[in-house]
Every structure is written in structure tokens, then in C-alpha cells.
Design a protein around this ligand. Sequence first.
Ligand code: 1CP
Length: 334
Amino acid sequence: MGELKKILLKKKNCKSVWFMRQAGRYLPEFKKIRSKNKDFIKLCLNSKLSSEITLQPIRRFNLDSAIIFSDILMVPYGLGQDIKFIEDKGPVIRNFNLKNFLNFKKKDFNKKLRPVYSAIKTTKKRLEKEKSLICFVGAPWTLLIYLFGLKINTNNIDLKKIKGREKEIKKIFNKLNQFLCLHIKNQVRAGADVVQIFDSWAGLIPKNKVKDFCFKPNKKIVDFCKSKNIPIICFPKGIKKKYLQFNNYVRPHGISLDYQIKPEWAYKNLKNVVIQGGLDPKILLKSDKEIFKRATRYLKAFKGIPYVFNLGHGLLPKTDPGKVHKLIKFYRNF
Ligand code: 1CP
């Protein structure tokens, strides 16, 4: 079943470590594959390579869980949208087509994303039994950011682009909700043990819309997973103290902290949930001493309760894999 799954379903209280974006651009073995595969979507749809990339950090660091190499934009892709990944910028959706999007059929979605599911199947077979295979989806709001091209920079969105479009957004969220759950079901059927919802841009939601655009859509997905006994971790990045209300309203099995959340605050306020992460990925660009000091703060804060060691966001491209190795060793010996 995998240790992480056991911890999330409260069948076991032990230690576990994995890192967001553990399979990616900071690893020389990934860069080698990437340099020969310029089309990112095609790479995500290459089951053999995607399974290989998923296992790279497991071989190098012996992490407790693997996260399937894919992207949150694969769901909009599966719904017929034209996605381009631009170097040093990220994903861009050209000519978002609402009608086409809302009318897209399950059968065609399943067919487009079949290679993702076969990558999961292969990876699960190759992964040691006690390790968990994590699959993921982007939350509806975080996907809307790309569907509507909302982001101006990491701290701002273009509010004009959502003003007066509530009805349209509601339709989009409903469609996404249906297909995100389908994508989860397909991934779990293929062999994934645990799901994480990335709401990476939840911090950019206008204040009066947090419940509608973040809490409610996350809860729908969590309720679906609970009904199927699928362990689920939420990551509502950037919502600050609203992590408390989020946790009480959404009630996921696990909650991943971002680096703005103080671990002592989380310990005191987030109840009936397994806590994960929090450590600022930027700390890995500093000295060993500073890395261990900060890691100690998290490990001490969560002593005695189930805690999944992880970062407060993804590993940065500039990270030295040697530092990652040292951090894992430090954690294992703590
Ligand atoms: O080589 C390259 O240029 C591609 C870089 C890359 C990679 C390695 C992208 C483009 N996506 C990925 C893989 C990916 N994406 C994984 C792999 C599994 C792992 O963690 O090891 C995961 C989990 C994601 C999820 C993802 N994609 C998120 C949520 C997590 C987060 O970091 O907040 C988001 C927001 C995306 C969109 C995306 N895809 C790629 C980039 C550069 C971005 C972010 C762009 C932006 O800042 O808006």
C-alpha cells in the first residue's frame, strides 16, 4: 500500500519524506533527457520516459514516495486546449475555447491522457512496495489562472479578466471538477496510492472569493476522494492564516504547508489532519548549517505527531542535488 498512504489513513505513525518537484530541472539526469525532448507535452505523454524521470530522484536519494512526472496542465490539454510550454516562463494556453472545453467528452479525454495512466502503471510495478506513488491535479482556480492568462507576475493577477464572468467561471469550475475527479480515478486505477491537489495560486484569489474559488472546489475533490477511500493532500499555497478555516472546511487527510506558515502555528491550529512540508526551498541555496537549523525547527515543532517531511513549495532549478542529499540524510538521522 505504501507508507505515505498508511500515514495519511492513520494506520501508522511513522516518518516519511518526499519533495515537491523532486523530479525536475535541478537534476542533471533530467536535464539530459529534457535537452533531447524539446516538446514538454510530448515528454509528459511518453510513458517510458515519464516513468524513468519519476524514478530518477528515488534512485538518487531513496525518497519514500515518488510523484508521477506530469503537469497540472495535462487536464486542460486532455480537454482539448492548445498548451505551449515556453522556456523560463511556463505554460501558456492559446485561444482558450470555452465551447469546445465545455462540450469535451470523457471518452476523448481518457484517450488523450492514456499515456499518463500507462506511465503510472509501469512506475508502480518498478517501485518498491513500501514506497507510495503520488499522483496530482491542479485545483480549479490554479488552472483558471492559465486558462484565462490571469497572472501578471507571481504576486498579481489581472482582475479585469475575471470581472463579470462569474457565470462562465462557475461552468468552467463544474467541468473541471468533473474531469479532475475522473483524472484522479484513472490515476488511482492505474496504481497511484495518494493524490495531492496543487492550489499553487490560491494566494492570488481576491479576498471575498476565497471560499468560492478555493475552499469549495477543493472540498468537492476531497469529498470525492474520501468516498473512494483515496488518501488526499491539499496544498492551498499562499492563503496565510486561512489555512485554519481551509482545514476545518475541506477536511483533507493531509495538508501541505507553504513556507509562509510558521510550523509552531500549524501545530497549534491544524487539527485532525496529517501535516506535510513547510521548509522554504530557498534555504537549500544556503550553507549546510543554515539548512539543518531550519529543518530542525520543523522537525521539533511536529515532534510526536505524524509529519511528512517536505518543502513549502517545489525544489528550485538552481538547487544543488548534493544539498538535497545532505538534507535527507540529516532528516533520517534526526
Ligand atoms: O523543463 C522544463 O522547462 C519543464 C519544467 C516543468 C517540469 C519539470 C514544468 C513546466 N512542469 C514540470 C513537472 C511538474 N509540474 C511536476 C512533476 C513532478 C514533481 O514534482 O517531481 C509537478 C508536480 C508539476 C505541477 C505544476 N505545474 C504546478 C504545481 C506545483 C507548483 O510548483 O506550484 C504548477 C503551478 C505547474 C505549472 C507549470 N508547469 C511548468 C512550469 C514552469 C509551471 C509553473 C509556471 C508558473 O510559474 O506559472
